[in-house]
Design a protein around this ligand. Structure first.
Ligand SMILES: Cc1cc2nc3c(=O)[nH]c(=O)nc-3n(C[C@H](O)[C@H](O)[C@H](O)COP(=O)(O)OP(=O)(O)OC[C@H]3O[C@@H](n4cnc5c(N)ncnc54)[C@H](O)[C@@H]3O)c2cc1C
Length: 464
């Protein structure tokens, strides 16, 4: 079958959100109100902020608002790979924060364990599976780098099995696999929407008020505190946390440091027993391949394959508009690549296709800051690896507001801010040039041309 024909009946919907368990949208803010802490954004950053704030101090009055619904943006659209990495991978962490890498890794492990513990303790049915990840090389030029990356993880304390082509194909059977590794620690799979909904339920049980369809329109000082102006009323409060991803922010420093990148995903129908047998995948790991433009894929609780990534699309001008959540050319490319990797699944059909917005920063990892004399804290820039790091981002925001002596605030990851992107029109032109250079490098056995080498030397880049 023509790979793209497998897409003909795919609904333009997010698999995770297309569920009978999806909760009804909650009420908007009913009018003016007060709180100790207002959290803007009911994605993972906002929900972990509210949850940890209540766990720190049950008497704190916490309100969460979201322009849409709980977990409806990146947090409910992602691949569900929860990683202990706070830095978009170890290599990127070493490149940017060599001085503190061991402390950052320790904080990442503690964060990962905290997620697993919270899911268990609060009875959140997020289909969490401690499967680990497979990193696969499917081109000869990737092999050396993949082996070195696996070894680096092992040296830094992860449980890693290096696998030759045959051993890898015994895990997941693709004729394209040449070798790779299985990192067995610090990587889990979740259903991200269920995680978001479960976090929201837990927050509500602890007394947090969550108002959906309530957009922050402005932030202003109000006495010693802040006021958050929304379309539904004004919230007066002592402090604010912004967990607003790549959406336009009232804090200029955020807009300068973040660009919205669209990432696209497909999901198949559930595999039959015969189809499952043809690929193995009994250990249900997450899988990523190893070009600069990479795919990530996994198997869901009901045995579908989720397949995403590759193109990281930046639309010149950087606006987030609803029509951009679908991208036929990328979905078709993803379908072709899927059957290239798993030719034995010819005839399998895709049921869902969607996209979501990633907050890309120049260093590919979350950055922090405060505004309004320390009354507002923010965490943005996770660059496609925020499903786990958002809990840490939330922790740091609370520490910035309430615990100035927290050790985390001394980490370079927290103290140093990502370099800003240049203003338009240079911003869009530079990003599109970088995307083209990345595609050329992948087509040319990974050789990075002069533009990418210059960016590497400056510690800058573009990723998803
Ligand atoms: C397709 C895709 C796949 C991904 N796959 C993975 C993966 O497998 N593993 C991984 O680790 N990461 C992945 N990521 C990244 C991960 O999803 C994000 O890093 C993470 O969810 C960010 O959470 P957040 O709460 O900061 O942002 P979001 O979930 O986007 O939440 C931000 C919220 O803020 C709200 N908001 C914005 N502006 C306002 C305003 N003015 N007023 C009120 N509310 C506002 C939005 O409505 C939104 O709900 C992926 C992302 C995408 C898009």
């Amino acid at each position: 079958m023509d790979p793209t024909a497998a897409l003909s009946e795919a609904a333009p919907e997010v698999l995770w959100l297309d569920s009978p368990d999806r909760p009804d949208v909650g009420d908007p803010l009913p009018g003016d109100a007060t709180a100790d802490l207002v959290v803007v954004g009911a994605g993972f950053t906002g929900l972990w902020t509210a949850l940890q704030a209540k766990e720190d101090d049950p008497s704190l009055d916490v309100v969460v608002i979201d322009a849409g619904a709980v977990g409806e943006q990146a947090s409910g659209r992602n691949g569900g790979f929860v990683s202990s990495s706070l830095t978009h991978g170890l290599e990127n962490g070493i490149a940017h924060f060599p001085r503190h890498i061991d402390r950052i890794l320790a904080a990442g492990r503690e964060n990962f364990d905290g997620i697993v513990d919270a899911v268990d303790r609060h009875g959140i049915d997020a289909h969490l599976e401690l499967t680990g990840n497979l990193q696969v090389a499917d081109r000869p030029w990737q092999l050396e780098h993949v082996v070195a990356a696996g070894e680096r993880l092992r040296v830094h304390g992860e449980k890693v099995d290096q696998l030759d082509g045959e051993e890898l194909r015994a895990q997941v059977d693709s004729p394209t696999y040449l070798g790779g590794y299985w990192v067995r620690s610090g990587e889990a799979m979740v259903d991200p929407a269920r995680l978001g909904w479960g976090l929201a339920d837990t927050c509500r049980r602890l007394g947090v008020r969550i108002h959906e369809h309530t957009r922050m329109e402005a932030l202003e000082r109000h006495g010693a505190g802040m006021s958050v102006r929304t379309g539904c009323g004004v919230l007066r409060c002592g402090a604010v946390v912004l967990g607003t991803n790549a959406f336009p922010s009232p804090v200029g420093a955020v807009n300068r440091r973040i660009v919205p990148v669209f990432d696209y995903v497909l999901a198949t129908e559930p595999l039959s027993a015969g189809q499952l047998a043809s690929i193995g995948w009994r250990n249900r790991q997450g899988v990523s391949d190893s070009a600069n433009q990479f795919h990530y894929y996994r198997i869901t609780a009901d045995d579908r394959i989720l397949w995403g990534g590759y193109d990281a699309v930046f639309f010149t001008g950087g606006r987030i508009t609803p029509d951009r959540y679908q991208h036929a050319a990328t979905h078709e490319k993803l379908a072709r690549h899927f059957f290239g990797t798993f030719p034995q699944l010819d005839g399998l059909r895709f049921t869902h296709r969607w996209g979501g917005v990633i907050d890309t920063s120049t260093r590919f990892s979350v950055g922090f800051g405060t505004a309004f004399e320390g009354r507002v804290a923010y965490a943005v820039g996770y660059t496609g690896l925020g499903a786990g790091a958002t809990r840490f981002g939330a922790r740091v925001c609370l520490d910035l507001l309430y615990r100035p002596d927290s050790e985390l605030l001394g980490l370079d990851l927290v103290r140093k801010r990502p370099l800003p992107f240049p203003p338009e029109p240079v911003r869009s032109a530079g990003i599109q040039m970088t995307r083209r250079a990345i595609a050329r490098a992948d087509a040319n056995a990974g050789h990075r041309g002069p533009w990418l080498r210059l960016l590497d030397a400056l510690g800058l880049g573009f990723d998803s």
